[in-house]
Design a protein around this ligand. Structure first.
Ligand code: SAH
Length: 239
């Protein structure tokens, strides 16, 4: 096949370059470590993970994949950056995590291979790094079983999110390396909702994620103006 890959090589290189620090909770990946219990708890409110077959799209070093496997899910983590996947695999080995495997494959290619085979699909903090996010949403929708759930998280696009997620996080607080996020690729909840509906996914919930730099704490609430999570489901018996 001569289809072009829906990926930005510069984005993948960025994550590969930092991969060795992925599991250091004080590294550039500190925010992912800190938000992980929150998003894991939120996912479990929608679907208890024990015994489920779960796909984690854009899994990186496996912070969420590993945690979901520890909740008893059978997890496949996929990414297109080689080094983070190796780090994820190594971590699972060292930590003795059962039920998680990793594979370098695009979500679109996996959708052509294993459509309708996962109880749940997660795709967190990834869509804002991809040239064609709608294609990723479509592939996620194809991969989940009818009646299954698909979860996304990304960054909203507005002056506040520019100020908080780019200026604040990368330049003032140094939470993330400069250049981590490109404002033009941020996705409004209305845009993501459209992509979901076009892919046949029903919206169940949108939650905002907040950060207080003084207490260094994160929490979820109804304010989706910067970072937000979306829960969707594929109708049972639907198209
Ligand atoms: N989802 C993980 C990692 C987020 S970092 C978590 O939330 O903990 C973003 C990840 O998206 C990186 O691992 C990067 O390699 C991956 N990524 C970027 N573009 C991608 C693409 N086109 N296909 C698959 N993964 C991609």
């Amino acid at each position: 096949m001569t289809e072009t890959l829906n990926a930005d090589p510069a984005e993948l290189a960025k994550f590969s370059d930092l991969a060795h620090r992925w599991w250091d909770p004080e590294s550039e990946f500190r925010p992912l470590h800190q938000i992980n219990p929150l998003r894991l708890g939120w996912i479990e409110q929608h679907c208890p993970l024990a015994g489920l077959r779960v796909l984690d799209v854009g899994c990186g070093g496996g912070i969420l994949s590993d945690a979901m496997a520890r909740k008893g899910a059978q997890v496949l983590g996929i990414d297109l950056a080689t080094k983070p996947l190796k780090v994820a695999q190594l971590h699972a080995l060292e930590a003795g995590t059962q039920g998680v495997t990793y594979r370098e494959v695009s979500v679109e290619a996996l959708a052509a291979e294993q459509s309708g085979s996962f109880d749940a699909v997660t795709c967190m903090e990834m869509l804002e790094h991809v040239p064609d996010p709608a294609s990723v949403v479509r592939a996620c929708a194809a991969l989940v079983k009818p009646g299954g759930q698909v979860f996304f998280s990304t960054l909203n696009r507005n002056p506040k999110s520019f100020l908080f997620a780019v200026v604040g996080a990368e330049y003032v607080l140094n939470l993330l390396p400069r250049g981590t996020h490109e404002y033009a690729k941020f996705i409004r909840p209305s845009e993501l909702s459209l992509h979901c509906r076009a892919a046949g996914l029903e919206l169940r919930e949108i939650r905002g994620m907040q950060y207080n730099p003084l207490t260094r704490r994160y929490w979820l609430d109804g304010d989706a103006s910067v970072n937000y999570l979306v829960a969707t489901s594929r109708p049972a018996g639907g198209a």
